[in-house]
Design a protein around this ligand. Structure first.
Ligand code: FRU
Length: 496
């Protein structure tokens, strides 16, 4: 089926199972299928949803259109994990069967109490006149697959705002529940609305707009996917504003996800930031992050995100009929007032064979012979590096740059560049990203998984994520630099 022939309004039915099983088998044979990242069973995946810990498992859901690589009628799909590393497909979770979901079950979050997970999400509803009237809805999951939807919406459209009201984040603070809702005001500015109740199930009251000091005109023209986290002693506001202009090395993607560290006062509905709004990920493909509501770790928040951006296309897998994946789950911590992001603990366990090792620039072992593995974990420690050049998936061993990662010690500039690869992506937003590292470069952990690269710089001070679709001819790795300490491992498959 071509994209144009797809029925974007199609809802999943029991009778579709055989068809989807066949499509899934075809998709997993793709050369760009990841092996340790969560990917859609079929069709398109975008935002993470309903992320929480319950009944000794992590539960993650994702925005899902089952039938092709387009943003059609959205369902929720469910995956679970014991450790945030090994993931199992559990089947469809929410189907857009209700009146207020006639245009899809949009993004939302979860909170778990006892054995029950409560989901609060947006019913993307259009009335008889095709006017969009988003409602915030409730559903529950008990045990492994007993989903129940509440009869009545929790929150009806707020008439003082435009039709853009979505992506509720539910949190419990002391004995109260709060919902933070991404919204557009009538001046077309992005704002966050706050609702509260002493019960998840009923009596939600509108408190007002969250006032963010220094941002009295809101954020761009719309805020999507707000999230509030307590990390150590700090409050962190995470969201995906739309319409932020590029500035310096930041905000070059069509849409960006950002964070503010500060102090949240629910009495006055004020968030007072300690510093500037910053991009969460400095690469090309990252959006709509969501932190798990419940968490087994007390020293960090856990975050997943869509490894993609709205309106971008990814032609190589679009042509195969599927699209999107999740970033590798990250731990968020604050050190010396700065947000750090690291791959979740336990990642060491998926490092299989050591394929390459150099110490102080001297090669200790090399099983690669210049061949780039499709899935790998790379660690670089090189405090004194003058310069560093890493070319992943280059076409030859002489000049091709492939996916280039380079560091210039004098300019303290770290740069990624994907312009040399055969398959070009969303080039109108540029083919390079760079960061000036005030404190220089001390380490990098690079996760490579067929069509993805995630670079964690200086133990998580910055992260850059990029989709890439290397062809069969792009299979070499070139490494240049002085005094490098560099190891490369193959990675174990942890996802279907
Ligand atoms: C963000 C988003 C959300 C919406 C969902 C629909 O990518 O546009 O605002 O709820 O995706 O799939």
């Amino acid at each position: 089926t071509t994209v144009n022939e797809l029925d974007k309004k199609r809802m999943l039915m029991k009778r579709d199972t055989d068809e989807l099983v066949r499509v899934h088998e075809k998709n997993v044979a793709s050369m760009w299928r990841a092996t340790y990242h969560v990917e859609p069973v079929t069709g398109l995946m975008n935002d993470p949803n309903g992320f929480t810990y319950c009944n000794k498992k992590w539960h993650l859901f994702y925005q899902w259109f089952p039938f092709g690589p387009v943003h059609g009628l959205k369902h929720w799909y469910h995956v679970t994990s014991p450790d945030l590393i090994h993931w199992e497909n559990r089947g469809v979770a929410l189907l857009p069967t209700g009146k207020y979901e006639n245009c899809g079950c949009y993004s939302g979050t979860a909170i778990s109490e006892g054995d029950t997970i409560y989901f609060v999400y947006t019913g993307n509803y259009r009335d008889e006149n095709r006017i969009r009237r988003p409602h915030q809805l409730l559903a529950t999951l008990e045990g492994d697959e007993q989903y129940t939807k509440a009869m009545r919406p929790l929150i009806t459209p707020n008439e003082n705002y435009t039709e853009h009201q979505r992506d509720p984040k539910i949190v419990r603070i002391d004995d109260m529940y709060y919902i933070f809702l991404g919204t557009q005001n009538k001046q077309e500015q992005g704002v966050i609305l706050v609702y509260c109740s002493d019960s998840i199930l009923t009596d939600w009251k509108f408190l007002g707009e969250l006032k963010v000091k220094g941002y009295e005109n809101g954020f761009g023209y719309m805020v999507e996917c707000p999230d509030v986290q307590k990390i150590g002693l700090h409050d962190v506001l995470i969201f995906s504003p739309q319409g932020i202009e590029p500035s310096g090395d930041e905000f070059h993607n069509k849409f960006n996800s950002v964070y503010l560290i500060g102090d949240l006062d629910l009495e006055t509905l004020t968030f007072t930031p300690d510093g500037p709004m910053q991009e969460l990920d400095r690469g090309f493909d990252f959006y709509a992050p969501q932190c798990a509501s419940q968490n087994v770790y007390s020293d960090c928040s856990i975050m997943s995100a869509w490894f993609g951006v709205p309106d971008y296309t990814y032609p190589p897998t679009d042509e195969e009929g599927w699209s999107g994946l999740q970033t590798f789950a990250r731990e968020l911590t604050i050190r010396k007032g700065k947000l750090y992001q690291t791959p979740v603990r336990g990642i060491e366990s998926i490092k299989k064979d050591e394929l390459f090792c150099a110490k102080n620039g001297e090669i200790i072992s090399d099983k690669l012979h210049g061949q780039m593995p499709n899935s790998a974990i790379i660690r670089i420690e090189n405090p004194d590096a003058e310069s560093l050049d890493l070319n992943l998936f280059s076409r030859n061993y002489v000049i091709a740059r492939g996916f280039a990662i380079s560091y210039d010690k004098y300019a303290k500039r770290l740069r990624i560049d994907r312009s040399d690869l055969t398959n070009q992506l969303n080039v109108e937003y540029g083919t390079e990203r760079q960061i000036i590292l005030e404190n220089g470069l001390t380490s990098m952990d690079i996760l490579v998984d067929h069509s993805t690269v995630e670079i964690f710089v200086n133990e998580g001070e910055y992260v850059l994520s990029a989709r890439i679709f290397p062809t069969k001819e792009e299979h070499m790795i070139r490494m240049g630099g002085k005094n490098l300490n560099l190891s490369i491992w193959s990675a174990e498959q942890t996802v279907d």
